[in-house]
Design a protein. Structure first.
Length: 276
């Protein structure tokens, strides 16, 4: 088997694929919360992806890819047997939840896959783990089978109610808290507005909250500055200082505003890639 060979690929939703990559040296050291950087070919750009799962026994790492730019569209055209030019990692600081015994993991959209390693880790340590997964509709709910095997309770909710449970992840979290559920920590990953809403709620509830700012990363080494954010009044970089931070200390308003700077240009570029 070739280094960085794609050994498995499956489509989870429209424009969303999961890849299992053979990378024995990477998987030897990776932990929940960390990320890798890949290149599709020798002339490709370097793009970071959070590790969604790994198998030390098989020497493989799983990542989830949504087609939103040049490299992700190009990657979607690669198949089992193809090999990436580079697959570097693990990078970033691993998740640190060892002090908590009752944790609620909250995932929104494609971010749901990112909380799976944390669910596995906490479950293996015998800790209480509840998982809330939210999406726009039921076709976008990710990793539900995997979470069923690695958590005490799985709660699914969609914006349109197509899964029979309408609302947002914050609605579910509030419902659980009002019903008597008690958590030491909430760990949230998803779109920036979702994580902001979760943090606003948990601040009211007095629950420590950790968020992953992995979606901000571009270069992955701290050189480009794209993942700059303000935490407790200080400048931090998601790829170097994170990607996880105390959610109650993150300036989400500033971060969301910065993330929209090139939205029109990004959309135009993506349309050109797809010939639309």
């Amino acid at each position: 088997m070739k280094n960085f060979e794609i050994v498995a690929k499956r489509q989870l939703a429209e424009n969303v694929h999961e890849y299992e990559i053979y990378a024995p040296l990477v998987v030897k050291h990776c932990l929940a919360g960390q990320f890798i950087i890949l290149r599709t070919d020798d002339e490709g750009e370097r793009v970071p992806f959070t590790i969604c799962d790994y198998s030390r026994e098989n020497g493989t790492v799983r990542i989830l890819v949504q087609e939103i730019g040049y490299t992700t569209v190009k990657l979607s055209q690669m198949n089992v047997g193809d090999a990436l030019a580079d697959f570097v990692g693990p990078l970033g600081n691993p998740t640190d939840l060892k002090e908590f015994k009752r944790v609620c993991l909250v995932g929104g959209g494609i971010g749901s896959a990112v909380i799976y390693p944390q669910a596995k880790q906490l479950h293996s340590e015998g800790k209480s783990v509840d998982v809330i997964v939210g999406a726009r509709n039921k076709s976008l709910l990710m990793y539900t089978d995997e979470f069923e095997r690695t958590c005490d309770n799985l709660y699914l909710i969609t914006d349109d109610g197509s899964n029979g449970n309408k609302g947002f992840v914050t609605d579910m979290l509030k419902r659980l808290a009002e019903g008597g559920k008690s958590y030491d920590c909430v760990f949230a990953v998803g779109p920036l507005p979702m994580m902001r809403a979760v943090c606003n709620l948990t601040k009211e509830l007095g629950i420590k909250t950790v968020v992953s700012m992995n979606s901000l990363m571009v270069d992955g080494t701290g050189m480009c500055g794209c993942c700059r954010l303000t935490v407790d009044g200080e400048i931090k970089y998601a790829c170097i200082d994170g990607p996880e931070f105390n959610g109650h200390s993150v300036d989400f308003d500033e971060t969301i505003l910065r993330s929209r700077t090139y939205r029109e240009q990004e959309q135009a570029h993506l349309c050109n890639l797809r010939g639309r």
